[in-house]
Design a protein. Structure first.
Length: 402
């Protein structure tokens, strides 16, 4: 579904815009579609056995499971499984003390037909008995990036707007299956590929309140940064292209606008356009210092490594028992209403891939501006290792500061 433009112009020149993207191939298996189908299968099993509560177990694999668990939880809680004695709907409840547990494995695979993420899901009861198993695959490039978090990916160019599927597949396969990032001594920035005009840098807040770049390291082709308990950090995004670029930022699989009153789930904005919020960067750089809460001074909460109970994943009910965090930044072509799209933009996007813009970020202020979005350009992901913890200790995860 294409989003129509919203005529909310600002009087000031706009440099930074937050928007939505809604263009996806109709035949592709998206994360949302795959998880929605799984949720319906699980709910049918629950209805047939008189269960209305379920626990979210672990989703294991060499990828980041957080976004899968978060999406599955959201889809399950939308489903009605019966009526209460007073006649009101009984909805599925995700409860850590439930008799049933849904869990699974997340597998990344490459074949002649393409790269996919395969979800193998099962329901077990507290006695270990398996009640049902299901499998779904995810094939869209953007969702694969959100889940697998390859360190670097630059999609193949599209001369005169013509997509080359074979080249796109080769780029995705290399990034997801065999990443080759190798950090240089003192390196602090990472690009989707050599020569890309886009860069990302992780900054740590010092005792004096200044943000200082952290050096990147690499292991088995993945980019890593050293962050420790109680560290506060920020994400700096660079755009040296001379043109606007769309950006989405995920921390441990969670959109930085997930807690926003203006743009987060449940807001009028999200109800109308969806919660897949992105921003457009038109100036050379911007620094994202925390989770967006509301527009205005003090309207964001810092990125903080903290205990489980105060974490972003705890807030979303999305517990992950691994100790590896991921920061992912995704880039999209973008242009403002009245501007010509890039020359290499595919025809489907040039014909009207539109979204709502929220512009000019100043002291956490955003203003809206009609904006168009096109193809996915590339991404970077940086992993951080949470401190080792005893099995009975609080889980240390990335979180919004209190």
């Amino acid at each position: 579904m294409l989003l129509g433009n919203i005529k909310r112009w600002t009087s000031a020149a706009v440099c930074l815009v937050i928007c939505l993207v809604s263009v996806k191939a109709a035949s592709a298996a998206t994360l949302q579609k795959a998880v929605r189908e799984l949720a319906l299968e699980v709910s049918q099993m629950m209805k047939g056995n008189g269960e209305s509560e379920i626990t979210m177990g672990s989703f294991d694999g060499p990828v980041s499971p957080q976004i899968i668990k978060k999406t599955l939880k959201e889809e399950l809680e939308k489903i009605r499984v019966g009526k209460r004695p007073d006649g009101t709907a009984r909805m599925i409840k995700v409860d850590p003390d439930a008799f049933w547990r849904v869990s699974g494995d997340v597998v990344k695979e490459a074949s002649e037909s393409g790269v996919v993420i395969r979800l193998e899901t099962q329901i077990k009861d507290e006695n270990g008995k398996v009640w049902g198993t299901w499998e779904r695959v995810i094939t869209t490039t953007e969702d694969i990036v959100r889940i697998a978090a390859p360190p670097q990916l630059q999609t193949a160019p599209t001369p005169r707007g013509r997509v080359n599927p074979a080249a796109q597949y080769a780029a995705l396969r290399k990034a997801v299956i065999k990443p080759t990032f190798a950090a240089q001594p003192g390196q602090t920035t990472i690009r989707p590929a050599a020569g890309s005009p886009y860069q990302v840098e992780i900054l740590q807040k010092s005792a004096g309140g200044e943000y200082e770049p952290r050096t990147l390291t690499s292991k088995r082709g993945k980019a890593k940064v050293d962050l420790r308990e109680n560290d506060v950090y920020a994400i700096r995004v660079y755009n040296h292209s001379g043109a606007p670029v769309g950006v989405q930022v995920l921390v441990d699989g969670i959109n930085i606008f997930a807690f926003s009153k203006q743009y987060g789930p449940g807001s009028p904005f999200a109800q109308r356009f969806g919660a897949d919020v992105k921003f457009v960067l038109a100036q050379p750089q911007t620094t994202v210092t925390g989770w967006h809460k509301f527009n205005g001074p003090g309207g964001s909460q810092e990125f903080l490594i903290t205990e489980w109970g105060a974490s972003a994943q705890a807030v979303t009910g999305n517990r992950d028992d691994t100790n590896l965090g991921t920061i992912t930044v995704m880039f999209y072509s973008a242009w403002f209403e009245g501007q010509e799209p890039p020359a290499d933009e595919p025809a489907a996007s040039r014909s009207g891939a539109s979204g709502t813009g929220i512009g000019e970020r100043t002291d956490n202020h955003f203003r809206e501006r009609p904006t168009y979005f096109g193809k996915f350009l590339g991404s970077v992901s940086v992993r951080y290792l949470r401190p080792d913890i005893p099995l009975n200790a609080a889980l240390l995860v990335n979180a919004p500061a209190r």
